[in-house]
Design a protein. Structure first.
Length: 160
């Protein structure tokens, strides 16, 4: 069943990807991780903000439990920030064997627990930037954000 779930999630993430999505480098961590964001994905609703992030690791890493994917070179995640509480959670994430969300899909997960965002980190910079955006929905209703394509993905040919 886990293989089926991973396959279905991967298929869903590939469908409906907007052609206009563009990754741009946002910051670089002390360990060499490069953080990219899809600027048009930022949505600010009330005291929360969400954004798609792509992180490229300079060397393959193994994620800590409970994920434990090894040889990960990049991950793409939708992060929800609590702007007042200075905390975050990943609503979904995918881990890849190559940089720029390419190569083999190593695994996915849905919704982390809330965690405090440490100051002076790439995530605190992301949170500050996302939370400074004007609200995108005055009614406060959350809206779906489709995952953007990989950083270097070529346009796909139409299905026949």
């Amino acid at each position: 069943m886990p293989v089926l779930k991973t396959s279905c999630l991967a298929l869903l993430m590939l469908c409906g990807v907007p052609a206009w999505a563009q990754w741009s480098e946002f910051t670089k961590a002390r360990n060499g991780d490069v953080y990219l964001i899809e600027q048009s994905s930022i949505q600010r609703v009330g005291d929360t903000a969400r954004v798609w992030v792509l992180v490229n690791h300079p060397r393959a890493v193994t994620n800590p439990p409970p994920y434990s994917y090894s040889a990960v070179h990049s991950y793409r995640a939708l992060i929800l920030f609590d702007c007042k509480g200075l905390r975050a959670r990943r609503l979904e994430a995918s881990f890849f064997s190559q940089p720029s969300a390419e190569g083999r899909l190593m695994g996915t997960f849905d919704t982390d627990d809330w965690y405090n965002v440490p100051p002076e980190t790439p995530e605190s910079e992301l949170m500050k930037s996302a939370c400074e955006q004007p609200p995108t929905d005055q009614a406060g209703a959350p809206t779906a954000v489709a995952p953007p394509p990989a950083a270097t993905a070529a346009p796909r040919a139409p299905a026949r």
